[in-house]
Design a protein around this ligand. Structure first.
Ligand code: PEP
Ligand code: MN
Length: 340
């Protein structure tokens, strides 16, 4: 439920409500708005007596949250969340400006990463992607450079100012990845790894949460809720396509998820047209469509030599294609009252 305080209610009254919430065995999440404060009450409140809260001084009303996810729901927060990516480039995801994260699927070498990082920065990206730990279907495939890859990402950040976005695959990697990354990526295959979600929820770097390839939007939002309920509210939802019977694409990019997620949640929505199509020649069109559909950000695989990429070459665009795409989405962003 949500406790809506009266406009300009004093801090003392807010604190009293928090105390009552805790006495009920529930947790509070306070959202200070311009005019009034709202207290989201988190936990299983089915059998709790809300009249205690209703009659507390300064309380305007107590409203049940209908969605099963609470902190991720638009019901508790009407203004949209903006996630600062936290590097010198000063990029953000959410708000008026659309943030673009780009880079190779995997970090392969120093020259590969630096060349791509400088090129995408030049074209207007705010974040650099690149996997150091790769979730591969085949155990004999390239698994990523691990810590060496993280060091290269940190070097690329130093040279470009781009925020580093990289995947963390397990709880025991969280500490290590956290030391190098600006944003922790939780991959599609781990979207319902609840222990990992809790672990990234315990730290304070932003999280890019990818939709599981067979997850419903409700399951996706409940995964975000796991992270947020541990205190980390800096979550970005990433639509990366789902498994269907269709074979002309690697995954079916569900772009209707963009406006739907924005309708039910205040969290920013990022689209990954690379995993979302598996075909480099489809990426440009899907970037345009994502921006037109209201995406807050894009994450795109860019490679300087896609033919020889160690992972996902077929869906990687070249720096030149990336820079043309950036020009195209600038025009589309303007048409939908946004900027890139
Ligand atoms: C990736 O971004 O390279 C990746 C493995 O993504 P996903 O988890 O969406 O498959
Ligand atoms: Mn990939």
């Amino acid at each position: 439920m949500i406790v809506v305080m009266k406009p300009l209610s004093p801090q003392k009254e807010v604190e009293h409500v928090i105390q009552l919430v805790r006495e009920m065995g529930l947790k509070e999440h306070v959202i200070v708005g311009e005019e009034r404060t709202v207290i989201a009450v988190i936990g299983d409140d089915r059998f709790k007596d809300r009249s205690v809260l209703e009659s507390a001084p300064g309380v305007d009303r107590v409203v049940p949250i209908l969605a099963p996810y609470k902190m991720a729901s638009i019901e508790i927060k009407k203004d949209r969340t903006v996630v600062p990516l936290g590097a010198a480039a000063g990029g953000k995801i959410g708000g008026m400006k659309i943030g673009v994260i780009a880079g190779p699927c995997s970090v392969e070498s120093k020259s590969q990463l630096l060349e791509i990082a400088h090129a995408v920065k030049e074209a207007g990206a705010v974040g650099l992607r690149g996997g150091a730990f790769k979730p591969r279907t085949n155990p004999y495939s390239f698994q990523g450079l691990a810590e060496k890859g993280l060091e290269l990402l940190a070097l690329a950040r130093e040279q470009t100012g781009l925020a580093v976005v990289t995947e963390v695959m397990s709880i025991d990697q969280v500490g290590l990845v956290n030391r190098y990354a600006d944003v922790l990526q939780v991959g599609a295959r781990n979207m319902q790894n609840f222990n990992l979600l809790n672990a990234v929820g315990e730290q304070r770097k932003p999280v890019l949460l990818k939709r599981g390839m067979s997850a419903t939007l409700e399951e996706f939002l409940l995964a975000a809720e796991y992270i947020m309920s541990r205190g980390n509210t800096q979550v970005m939802l990433c639509e990366r396509g789902i498994r269907t019977y269709e074979e002309y694409v690697r995954n079916t990019l569900a772009l209707a998820a963009v406006p739907e997620l924005r309708r039910v949640s205040h969290l920013p929505v990022v689209v990954d047209p690379s995993q979302g199509t598996g075909k480099s020649y489809l990426v440009d069109s899907m970037c345009r469509a994502a921006v037109a559909a209201g995406a807050d950000g894009l994450i795109i695989e860019v490679h300087n030599d896609p033919e020889h990429a160690m992972t996902d070459g077929a869906q990687s665009i070249t720096p030149k294609m990336f820079s043309e795409m950036m020009k195209a989405i600038k025009r589309i962003a303007e048409a939908v009252d946004r900027e890139v």
